[in-house]
Each structure stands twice: as structure tokens, then as C-alpha cells.
Design a binder for this molecule. Structure first.
Ligand SMILES: NC(=O)c1ccc[n+]([C@@H]2O[C@H](COP(=O)([O-])OP(=O)(O)OC[C@H]3O[C@@H](n4cnc5c(N)ncnc54)[C@H](O)[C@@H]3O)[C@@H](O)[C@H]2O)c1
Length: 340
């Protein structure tokens, strides 16, 4: 077991709150930074994150603040977990306060929309002083509500050469929150980001009543195109057999708590995606990730047919049935085309 440490979680949404619970149960001294005064007050006084995780009782030891300096200064572990659109901003604000020896873990899942950068590239620019041996990426099948509620989950922490991952593992690992390590940060990030796009397709597939065979096909072929993109970006294809690949993809494509799956189902019911998302407080990262992943695939010459159709349906108003027809009428393929 690892000695008690000062752990700071930056980002008071559902997942940041759940990770703060994990660290608090390991008896670390935990601070949660949140941008909203209401979240700070609710977590600090009522021990509940009412806006983002209503009904979940949080450990009373978690302190909350919106003062970045007070939150981050002196922390041995800084976990960054805002939505991908805000990671650059939040990391830039936190950077001057991160100690030279602190480990930084990014738990955000996404691709930055404008730059098409993975979160690791965003961090390299926003926190240039944090070297690769201090920086890791956490991913895997983990609905925040279940983790915060104390149900079992397995995650993976990846870093270059696994150095930082091996440092973080003993700090967060617990029997009900098993932390595996990986030396493939690119693969782990690509898996965690792009599964949200496939989940939108899976939600639509189910809502259209296309059956469980179709959903299994979509998950498997989704994994193939995620792997193709990862390999083109330098990832190890075997990473996609792991928690950040198959694990998270299956969860997001089948789990009722998935916001991205729900978004796909709404679109299949004829609801406008923009209007639906505007009515929700929480982010569905897949909406922006499909545009970024498709742009990246185009740039790198990677075949990503499901991502392509999700992008056109969500952002270019292509009718869902037209997108489906384009998918099923593609030419003959080998299963491992573009992977091996
Ligand atoms: N919810 C989950 O189960 C889950 C699980 C694993 C990973 N993730 C990932 O974690 C990340 C965060 O997701 P979440 O579900 O915790 O988010 P959420 O939708 O629950 O919360 C939104 C968050 O955005 C923050 N925010 C809003 N405007 C901001 C701004 N201008 N600057 C900084 N922060 C701002 C809010 O403070 C809040 O923390 C995402 O990348 C998501 O994909 C989520």
C-alpha cells in the first residue's frame, strides 16, 4: 500500500468527482477543484455533487475549492479531468502551481477540435515543464456513477515507458478499483476518445431495432477502425484488446448510462443532436470527437467508415438511413485491413 499523499482532482464534473472518491477511499488528502461555486459548496458542505452526480453520497474528507493555486500547490498527484474542450485552458491555469516532482494524470477523453491534437499533445503545450516521466493518461470502462457508488471497476494508466504509470498505480489502485499499467499512451488515448463515436452509432442501431447481431458487428468493426487510427498514430495494436479498447468500447456501446449511446438513440428518434445536447448539462464528448476523428482520419489517410457516417449525420444533416445504406454497401474487405 502507498502512503497517504496530497491528491488534487481538477474538474468537478461526474468523472472528476468519482476519481476524488477513489482517492479519498485510499485515505489520501483530496482536494477537488471545480469552476462552479455551487459544486464547491455542495461537495464541501453537503458531500454531494448535486449538478453532476446527484444522489451519490461522497466521502466527507473531500475538500472542494475554486482556487487553483490552493488546490494544486504541494499536491503529489494532480488529476486533470475537465471535458476535452477545456483541458488546454484548465491545464494552463494549473501549470504554474504544479510541483516539480508531482505526477500529473489526465483522465479527459477526447481529441481537441481545432488542433486535432490528443490530450497528450495539448498537455505538452499547456504544461511544458511536466516531462513524460511525470505524465500519465487514465482510461478504461468506468461510468462515473458506478465508480463513485463504490462498485468494482478496472482502469488502465498509460505513460511513455510506463514510468509515470508505475508511480500512479500504487497511489490509486484498490481491490474495487484495479489500476493496470500500459506503456502506450497514444493507444490508450485513441481508444478512450473514439469509442464515444462508435457508441453514438450503437445507440442509433439499437433505437432503429437493427438487432443484437448488428450491434455486435458495429462494436467489432468500430474496434477495427479505432485500431487503424491508433496504428497510424503510432499505437500498439494490442492496446485495443485492453481496457481502453474493447473494455471501454463495449461499456459505452451497451451501457444504459452512456450519454453518447443515448445521443445516438435520440438522433434515430428524429431529435436534432444540437438541440438535444443544448438541453443537457453534461458533455457527450462523441459529438465533437466524431468531427475531430474524421478530420484526423482524412489527414492521415485512414479508413474510418463508421466515424465518417456519424460525422455526416451529426454535423452535416445526412439522413440516418442514407448513412446506414452507405455503410452496408461498402466493397469487399479483409478483417485486418489497415491494421496488419
Ligand atoms: N462521466 C463519466 O462516466 C466519464 C467516465 C470516464 C471519462 N469521462 C471523461 O471525463 C471528462 C469529463 O467528463 P465528466 O463526465 O466529468 O463531465 P460533466 O459533463 O459531468 O461535467 C462537465 C464539467 O465541465 C466543466 N466545465 C464547464 N465549463 C467549463 C470551463 N469553461 N472551464 C473548465 N471547466 C468547465 C464543469 O465544471 C464540469 O466539471 C470527459 O472527457 C469525459 O469523456 C467521463
Amino acid at each position: 500500500m502507498h502512503a497517504m499523499a496530497k491528491v488534487t482532482v481538477v474538474g468537478g464534473g461526474a468523472w472528476g468527482t468519482a476519481l476524488a472518491c477513489v482517492a479519498a477511499r485510499r485515505e489520501h488528502e483530496v482536494t477537488l477543484w471545480a469552476i462552479e461555486p455551487q459544486v464547491v459548496a455542495d461537495v464541501g458542505e453537503q458531500h454531494e455533487n448535486v449538478p453532476y452526480l446527484p444522489g451519490v453520497k461522497l466521502p466527507s474528507s473531500i475538500r472542494a475549492t475554486s482556487d487553483m493555486r490552493a488546490a494544486v500547490e504541494g499536491a503529489a498527484l494532480v488529476v486533470l479531468v475537465p471535458p476535452s474542450a477545456f483541458l488546454r485552458d484548465v491545464a494552463t491555469k494549473a501549470a504554474p502551481h504544479v510541483g516539480a516532482d508531482a505526477a500529473v494524470v489526465v483522465a479527459t477523453k477526447g481529441i481537441e477540435e481545432k488542433s486535432l491534437e490528443l490530450m497528450s499533445q495539448v498537455l505538452a503545450e499547456a504544461m511544458p515543464a511536466v516531462g513524460a516521466d511525470h505524465l500519465a493518461f487514465l482510461s478504461g470502462p468506468s461510468f462515473a456513477r458506478e465508480v463513485a457508488g463504490g462498485l468494482p471497476a478496472d482502469v488502465v494508466v498509460a505513460s511513455a515507458g510506463a514510468t509515470a504509470a508505475l508511480r500512479v498505480q500504487p497511489m490509486l489502485h484498490a481491490p474495487l478499483f484495479r489500476v493496470y499499467t500500459s506503456a502506450d499512451p497514444v493507444g490508450v488515448q485513441v481508444g478512450g476518445a473514439v469509442k464515444n463515436v462508435i457508441a453514438i452509432a450503437a445507440g442509433a442501431c439499437d433505437a432503429l431495432g437493427l438487432g443484437t447481431n448488428a450491434r455486435a458487428a458495429l462494436i467489432t468493426r468500430g474496434l477495427a477502425e479505432i485500431t487503424r487510427l491508433g496504428v497510424a498514430m503510432g499505437a500498439d495494436p494490442l492496446t485495443f484488446l485492453g481496457l481502453a479498447g474493447v473494455g471501454d468500447l463495449v461499456l459505452t456501446c451497451t451501457g444504459e448510462l452512456s450519454r453518447n449511446r443515448t445521443l445516438g438513440a435520440k438522433v434515430a428518434q428524429g431529435i436534432d443532436p444540437q438541440a438535444y445536447l443544448a438541453s443537457q448539462r453534461s458533455v457527450a464528448e462523441g459529438f465533437t470527437t466524431c468531427a475531430a476523428a474524421w478530420a484526423l482520419a482524412t489527414k492521415l489517410g485512414v479508413d474510418m467508415p463508421i466515424t465518417e457516417q456519424v460525422f455526416h449525420v451529426l454535423h452535416e444533416r445526412r439522413p440516418l438511413l442514407e448513412a446506414l445504406k452507405l455503410l452496408v454497401t461498402r466493397g469487399f474487405k479483409h478483417e485486418l485491413q489497415g491494421i496488419r
